[in-house]
Design a protein around this ligand. Structure first.
Ligand code: ATP
Length: 931
């Protein structure tokens, strides 16, 4: 019988092959059939899903009538589809739509070979899901939407009723909603977290989308509002600018009444600012309310006095949305609105000069063409008609732009911790000055250090900060105008400032920043040092200065020496009758010319001392008087001999009468007062007036020659000191220093220009002796320091923008006058037609031992021997005669004459006459008893 079957262990393989129980075998044999049934089931379910889906989706209640009349219904699945859908909707309501999805999902599972058990669970879950959705449909939509079937169907209605009864509506919704969710999870085999995460993502995406849409909408709205406001503000500013310009002019004309008007305009501007502030706040939508008309605002502002404490409070108020309505109310009633201090607009102070620009044209026609022109005997001064006419229409003042710039300045400074206000704006032709008052405690250096920030904020090329403006207690911020006006030389020369500028040598420099003509008197300065980088307007400036003098003075009154080593600028003046020398271009010769000027200064000093004249003006005054009387200095001295102090030696028994008699005999012997050390007071030949007509009567001319002659002023103009300093630094430096120290009284003045203000050119000695300086734009702050003892020149704009420093006034900014080449040539041509210059070129010849002043002829001096040889052949000699004959400097000639006097070769000084020569050349018999 073998082993019992129960004890035998069988491998699973074997189980399958031969040990399978009948049931398992039957199962294994049915597998192919099961697979087929599943596939068939899947297809059937898919077809049912599709059919039901199409039936439901294309359901229409009207189809019933169509079908009744034998017409094909709209339902895609035909009358059957319509009826099926109608039944499903009727029973299940909207939840009928779950059915096709459920059938489709089941078909999909069968296709994938999922176990039928799971499919059954899923089917159960779907059923529950369908029922709960039907109930929810009824709970949520019954009575509120119009559908051709009950939203929850018959089933939904049936289930909802007891549920509502038990849990009321919200309880039922929660309960049925939870049931539906669970059913969906089971039916779709989903995890709670997955569903939660999906829901959360959906919510987040929806929220993000909505917030983006909202932000875009707000931005678009804000931009639209801002554009609207900008247009509104621009229009208002245009109107205000036009009104204010007219009113500013009226202020000047109508005094008090116009002042009220100005206040009204200021109030209107302040109100506008407040409106802007309000509008930019969160309450901006409210701010769209139309602004009150400026006229009304002005009236309101005019009634309320500015309240210093108002602005912060008012701003805060405007920023509280719930109070924005109040602000609007105030805006609509400007009469109730005090003008806040913050919104107080700076006063635009338009100088009379600027206002007159518009009226100038008419005025000019009324005025004489050349008010100060004086008719010389022969020489005719040039008329300003030689210069071009520039009737440029004065541009309207951009008050809105000026105010805006002031706001930017205040805001930028505040941004960097410097609070304050701008009270006055002073527009000028080229720059506008904003006067900034910082609050107490602000260090001015901080403001100065913010120049770059301000320059950037104002989009300016350069700005200049004057901290503080001397005598004003405010900080000046000079901002270049967008449109620079040109200052024409003709306007300056025709201005009252120039006509009334006192002094002999007025220089029409240009206009100050308020547009007022700015003229200085070279005689008072009394010398001028000018610096400026190339292209800064230095040469044009020199031309306007030279022309100012040429328009004013004849060659008999002013002579010039021009030194132009660059051989560019001053050569234009070649051959005008005012020149003492051809324009000097050789630096060596320039050094000699300077030395000559020093000698001439010494000579003049002596003349002034001997004629008892304080300065050249007083000397020329005396000469003029003597000439009208037909007398000389000698005649004058005889007519009114000087009082002489005599000492009575009482101790020696001398009486007053004896002493007087002794003094009288001394005087008779030539020991009396002598005005000149042997010099002829009459002008040296080089100072003869080249434009004077030839004398009609030679006898009268000879008598006339005996009369003293006036001495002209001498102006030495050097364009490029650096070139001279490279050639003969020591000589030039000493000459310039000596002239600068002493030449003023003698009528010799210097204008020295350089583009290199380094300390090897403008040495300490030169600088110290030139207290008056002008600087055009310089390369660095350091250079500026050298010239005007402080910064500023490096921030100038070029094109004639300059700073003027005099010994008596603080640094003044001036826009230099402009004169074109053509104008210059016209004037020079006119002058040349008047006469030719008389040059004394011996001035430029090299002199031996021509060192300034220190010469003292010793025993073996060959020059002294030559001088004795020369003098012995003369009857009379004077220092200047010896000077000319031997081409010596004045000092050297004077020293030689003094030694000759000591040695008995020439006589003592003889009033204004030359000295008598007391020797004869070797071999000749002397006619003079004491030789
Ligand atoms: N006062 C002015 N107003 C308007 N423009 C001016 C004025 N001065 C000078 N300019 C302009 O600047 C240019 C240069 O001026 P200028 O020749 O005087 O400079 P510079 O300092 O003498 O230079 P350089 O040393 O190279 O000769 C002029 O051609 C002119 O266009």
């Amino acid at each position: 019988m073998g082993k019992p079957k129960a004890n035998r262990r069988v491998s699973p393989k074997e189980k399958g092959k031969r040990g399978d129980p009948p049931a398992e075998r039957a199962k294994g044999g049915a597998a192919p059939r099961t697979g087929m049934a599943r596939d068939v089931g899947a297809v059937v379910l898919f077809a049912a899903a599709l059919g039901s889906g199409l039936s439901l989706a294309t359901y229409s209640s009207l189809d019933a009538a169509l079908i009744a009349h034998g017409i094909a219904p709209a339902n895609l699945v035909g009358p059957v589809g319509h009826r099926t859908a109608s039944a499903l909707y009727g029973v299940l309501g909207l939840s009928a739509l779950v059915l096709p999805f459920g059938l489709g999902a089941a078909a999909w599972r069968l296709f994938r070979g999922a176990p039928p058990r799971i499919t059954l669970v899923s089917a159960g879950a779907y059923t529950v899901l369908t029922l709960s959705v039907a109930t929810l449909g009824h709970l949520a939509l019954a009575g509120s939407v119009s559908l051709p079937f009950p939203p929850g169907g018959a089933v939904g209605a049936a289930l909802a009723r007891p549920s509502v009864h038990a849990f009321s509506l919200w309880g039922s919704v929660i309960l049925v909603g939870a049931t539906a969710t669970v059913a969906a999870i089971v039916a779709c085999d989903l995890k709670v977290q997955t569903v939660g995460a999906a829901l959360w993502r959906a919510l987040a995406a929806t929220a993000g989308f909505l917030s983006r849409r909202l932000a875009t909408a707000v931005d678009e709205h804000r931009v639209a509002v801002a554009e609207l406001r900008a247009e509104e503000a621009a229009e208002r500013e245009r109107r205000l600018a036009a009104e204010q310009l007219a009113e500013t002019a009226e202020i000047e004309a109508n005094g008090e009444e116009a002042h009220e008007e100005a206040r009204a305009v200021a109030g209107a501007l302040a109100l506008e600012q407040l409106r802007r502030d309000t509008f930019e706040d969160p309450a901006w939508v409210e701010g769209l309310a139309p602004a009150p008309e400026p006229r009304e605002e002005a009236e309101g502002a005019g009634e309320g006095e500015p309240a210093a404490e108002e602005p912060p409070r008012r701003r805060r108020k405007a920023r509280e949305p719930e109070k924005a309505v109040d602000v609007r109310a105030e805006l609509e009633d400007p009469a109730a609105l005090p003008v806040p201090a913050r919104a107080e607009k700076p006063e635009i102070v338009v100088s009379q000069a600027m206002l007159e620009r518009a009226r100038k044209k008419e005025k000019k026609k009324e005025a004489p063409a050349f008010a100060f022109q004086k008719a010389g005997d022969v020489f005719q001064l040039p008329a300003t008609d030689l210069l071009d006419v520039h009737d440029e229409k004065a541009k309207d003042l951009d008050t809105a732009g000026l105010t805006r710039t002031a706001e930017v300045i205040v805001a930028t400074l505040a941004q960097h911790g410097v609070d304050g206000t701008i009270k006055h704006i002073r527009p000028g032709p080229v720059v506008t000055l904003y006067e900034f008052s910082p609050v107490a405690g602000v260090k001015l250096a901080r403001i100065e250090n913010l120049d770059k920030e301000l320059t950037m904020a104002l989009s300016a090329t350069r700005i200049r900060i004057i901290a503080p403006i001397p005598g004003k207690g405010v900080v000046g911020i000079e901002v270049p105008n967008r449109d620079r006006a040109t200052v024409w030389l003709r306007d300056i020369l025709e201005s009252e400032s120039f006509a009334s500028a006192g002094g002999f040598l007025p220089l029409g420099l240009g206009k100050n920043i308020e547009g007022i003509p700015y003229c200085v008197d070279l005689q008072r300065m009394p010398h001028l040092l000018i610096a400026g980088t190339t292209g800064s307007g230095k040469s044009v400036g020199l031309n306007t200065m030279i022309l100012s003098m040429l328009f004013r003075q004849t060659p008999a009154e002013v002579r010039m020496i021009m030194v132009d080593p660059k051989m560019t600028e001053l050569s234009t003046y070649e051959d005008i009758p005012h020149l003492l020398l051809p324009v000097v271009t050789d630096p060596q010769k320039a050094a000699r010319a300077l030395q000559w000027a020093v000698d001439e200064m010494e000579r003049r000093t002596q003349i002034l001392a001997d004629t008892g004249s304080k300065d050249l003006k007083s000397y020329n005054g005396k000469v003029e008087k003597l000439r009208t009387e037909g007398r000389t200095f000698e005649d004058r001295d005889e007519a009114a001999p000087p009082r002489k102090l005599v000492v009575v030696d009482v101790a020696a028994g001398e009486s007053e009468d004896e002493v007087s008699a002794r003094a009288a005999s001394d005087a008779a012997a030539g020991g009396g007062w002598h005005p000149l050390p042997g010099e002829a007071v009459a002008g040296s030949p080089e100072f003869e007036d080249p434009t004077a007509p030839p004398p009609a009567d030679p006898v009268a001319a000879r008598d006339e020659k005996k009369l003293p002659q006036k001495l002209p002023y001498i102006v030495v103009v050097i364009d490029e000191l650096a070139d001279l300093m490279m050639t003969a630094p020591r000589e030039v430096e000493i000459s310039l220093a000596r002239l600068a120290q002493k030449a003023r009284a003698t009528g010799i003045h210097l204008i020295v220009a350089t583009q290199r203000p380094s300390t090897d050119v403008v040495t300490g000695m030169i600088k110290n002796n030139f207290p008056a300086r002008i600087t055009f734009r310089l390369a660095s702050r350091h250079d500026s320091q050298t010239i005007i003892n402080g910064p500023g020149a490096e921030t100038l704009l070029g094109d004639g923008d300059m700073l003027v420093l005099t010994a008596t006034a603080p640094v003044t900014r001036v826009q230099g006058a402009f004169v074109s080449e053509e104008e210059l040539h016209r004037v020079v041509g006119f002058l040349k037609e008047q006469g030719k210059p008389v040059y004394d070129e011996s001035i430029l010849k090299a002199r031996e031992g021509a060192g300034p002043g220190g010469y003292d002829p010793d025993e073996d001096d060959p020059v002294y021997d030559q001088a004795i040889d020369l003098v012995s052949r003369m009857e009379e000699v004077s220092v200047s005669k010896l000077q000319r004959e031997m081409r010596l400097g004045y000092n050297k000639a004077a020293k030689i004459i003094e030694r000759m006097e000591r040695e008995g070769i020439v006589g003592p000084p003889n009033g204004v006459k030359p000295r008598q020569v007391l020797i004869r050349p070797a071999g000749e018999t002397s006619a003079i008893p004491n030789v």
